[in-house]
Design a protein. Sequence first.
Length: 156
Amino acid sequence: MSLTPRLDPYKVSSEAYKPLLGLQAYVDRCGIEHSLLELVKTRASQINGCAYCLEMHTREAREAGESEARLYLLNAWRESPLYTARERAALEWTEAVTLLAVDNVPDKAWEAARAEFSDKELVDLTVAIGMINTWNRLAVSFRLLHPVAEAARKTA
């Protein structure tokens, strides 16, 4: 597979991004902990194989104080004691919503999320998951290069 970017969707259709940026701004200030949102964004990006978003959200999580160990183990969060019950519920909900075609968001995921989040938080969390899935789909579809790869490509 070529790692050459296909096009810059931001330049091609900046009007399409305005409402997305508005919704992202809402998610960023909705009240759910920033650290939890970064874990959610990273986990969905792992599932979707989005290097652009993985680089961004792991970097932002580290800058906000997230530990390397928790980022390294995120793909195996079920087998690690490093995550709180609230984080576990959010990660399970993230996986279920991201992979909804697999199991149609099972009751087990709903019950776990319901136990840790208010109704408003559940809506906001689900919107946050929808947003990162949208960003992942744009970045993967158009093969956006994360900054580290872009810098390496320019110096090669």
